[in-house]
Ligand binder design. Structure first.
Ligand SMILES: Nc1ncnc2c1ncn2[C@@H]1O[C@H](COP(=O)(O)OP(=O)(O)OP(=O)(O)O)[C@@H](O)[C@H]1O
Ligand code: NI
Length: 350
């Protein structure tokens, strides 16, 4: 974002990442399961996008399909594109993707154990990550690794450089993983529930860390979470997934202030201090082997009409300001005012 010159093929306004019509299926003993179905969203340079949704809605599959980390087989990308700076990653070979992972797009997973090798010191592993992507000597790489450990908040980084992963607490291990992810100064950091395995105080510290690192490095973050509080705190924009479909997209401010889709409204009603306390959404995710016709949320939606259970998932109708909702109430014959009438305080707060 530091470049000032303007050229005809200026890419500053092109999204960093553009996911288009992405569909992923898994071949299983029970048949073919469509985990995500025609997903569309963008990530702009330097912004944080949160993907939220209940367990099983397709958040991890979406995140891991971007650099093709999903196991293929049984997984298969049956349609769609994933553009990074306008270049589709879907057709790329494993070799080309390996160059992109780390260098351009880094992943941080829920469990730091999976990302660290317990046989090597953390310093060695970060140095490796640096030298895989940059042609720097051992001394310079070591210095940079120590700087990174320091930046992610490891006290006494120069000494801890020589320690093994088991000598770190869970939260500190995740900091080491984040340092590794930053080694090649990626443009996009994909973090899938990065704090879920950690206790609440550590979670808050790590979320602050993401925030400050983003300011320092200017990278975009795609954060997967089922915690709406986390999304509210960190996200610029949100993507709400349900049963493999995007239900709603928009700026975090708009989505929290005026959740448009009944599913998003229901999710927010589950948040303490909003709507009905301790309300849970009745019912469960539809069968992804035999998804129902119409809107995936219809069977649980208190506003569902007959037309909601026919045809395809409604398009993402514009509800203003770039916010969009996949719900017939925002379509040509819909009356969105019907949706929020009975929510206590629904429109007033925020
Ligand atoms: N390797 C796989 N083989 C078969 N099915 C899979 C595989 N990976 C994911 N799925 C299925 O795809 C669907 C979406 O899973 P996904 O892990 O993306 O959900 P999620 O939103 O990340 O949930 P959670 O919040 O629990 O992490 C689920 O029904 C899951 O069982
Ligand atoms: Ni997941």
């Amino acid at each position: 974002m530091s470049q000032q010159q303007e050229t005809a093929d200026d890419t500053r306004y092109e999204p960093l990442l553009s996911v288009r019509n992405l569909t992923v299926e898994f071949e299983t003993d029970r048949g073919r399961l469509r985990a995500i179905d025609g997903i569309d969203f963008d990530v702009q340079r330097g912004e944080t996008v949160c993907i939220v949704g209940e367990s099983g809605s397709g958040k991890t599959v979406t995140a891991e399909t971007i650099t093709k980390l999903i196991p293929m087989p049984p997984g298969q990308i049956t349609s769609g594109e994933v553009f990074l700076d306008g270049r589709d990653l879907v057709p790329l070979s494993e070799r080309d993707l390996r160059a992109i992972r780390g260098a351009r797009i880094a992943h941080v997973f829920q469990n730091p154990e999976d990302a660290l090798n317990h046989c090597f010191t953390v310093g060695w592993q970060i140095r490796e990550a640096i030298q895989t992507h940059d042609d720097v000597g051992d001394t310079a790489a070591r210095e940079r690794a120590i700087t990174l450990l320091d930046q992610v908040g490891i006290p006494d980084a120069a000494t801890r450089y020589d320690d093994y992963p088991h000598e770190f607490s869970g939260g500190m291990k995740q900091r080491v993983v984040i340092a590794m992810a930053l080694a090649a100064t990626p443009d996009l950091l994909i973090a899938d529930e990065p704090t879920t395995a950690l206790d609440v105080t550590i979670q808050a510290q790590l979320l602050d860390l993401f925030d400050s690192l983003q300011q320092e490095y200017g990278m975009a973050i795609l954060l997967i979470t089922h915690d709406l509080g986390v999304a509210a705190e960190l996200a610029d924009r949100m993507v709400v997934l349900y049963a493999g479909k995007v239900m709603e997209r928009g700026s975090v401010y708009d989505v929290f202030d005026r959740p448009a889709h009944p599913y998003t409204q229901a999710l927010f009603d589950c948040l303490p201090g909003r709507g009905w306390a301790l309300r849970t959404i009745e019912g469960r995710l539809p069968d992804l082997y035999h998804p129902p016709a119409g809107c995936r949320f219809a069977s649980r939606c208190e506003y569902a009409r007959a037309e909601c259970s026919t045809g395809d998932q409604p398009p993402l109708y514009d509800v203003g300001n770039g916010q969009a909702a996949s719900c017939v109430y925002y379509g040509p014959d819909g009356d969105p005012a019907a949706l929020r009438n009975d929510r206590p305080g629904g429109d007033a707060d925020g």
